[in-house]
Design a protein around this ligand. Sequence first.
Ligand code: SF4
Length: 259
Amino acid sequence: MRALLSPSAEAFLPCGAPRAHAIVPLRGTSLTRDLERLGESRIAESIRGMDSIYAETDAAQAAWKLASPFHCAEGCGSCCVGFEPDVLESEALYLAWHLLSSGDPRSSSLLDGSYVSPRSDPEAGCPFFDPSNPYHCTVYEGRTLICRLFAYTGDRGKDGSIRWKPCKFLPLEGLDGGLQRRSQYAEGELRERFGALPPVMSDITAQAVALDPDGAHSRLPLREALPRALAKILMVLRFTNGSPEPESPDPDIPRPLAS
Ligand code: SF4
């Protein structure tokens, strides 16, 4: 199956992309355009909330990427090969809205169960990973939280201080001797060496959980969460369009929302 990146998605390069192109603001894209069509629904609120969290994450990671010499290898994608994210509903709604608002035909196939993953081993990892696409991720603009956090976030030690450890796929060749190690870097060393700290994964995740605290323990694999999210959004659209009856003609056929 051919990768279905929309033209605007071509500008959003995944981890491993050239550094100069890696930081592209998400706001103002087709993703947030048309969101008013969901009215004041909880779903619209959730998508706006995730958009805001993703924007803040982009900004914090941009500062860290500028200060730190550690960068993913171009076109790497190794972190996606055997991995499928377990997601909060808010993450799934965000990705579902990305697919619907860009008129992505995969919306239909995901809903009716006919979606075919571009990978030859679809059960082995994320169904949106395309090994033959140089950018690998075929839903990059709408990708889930962990996909955005991996490699460019730190964690906190027991004392609350920020720590950071290079991803095992991250190339260290060419860095000075003191940086050619895969061990953990403490906050003091990070400040001293780079004058900057990475954003913290648990802090950002807590913000996403806070959007729907009741759903904090009901994460689902992406392949299960996404069709449900698509169906929920389409149901809200039917109501906001004034045709909530189940017998309404073609209620579940996704159409491009931007016309
Ligand atoms: S959504 Fe994209 S970035 Fe995330 S695991 Fe799947 S292919 Fe990788």
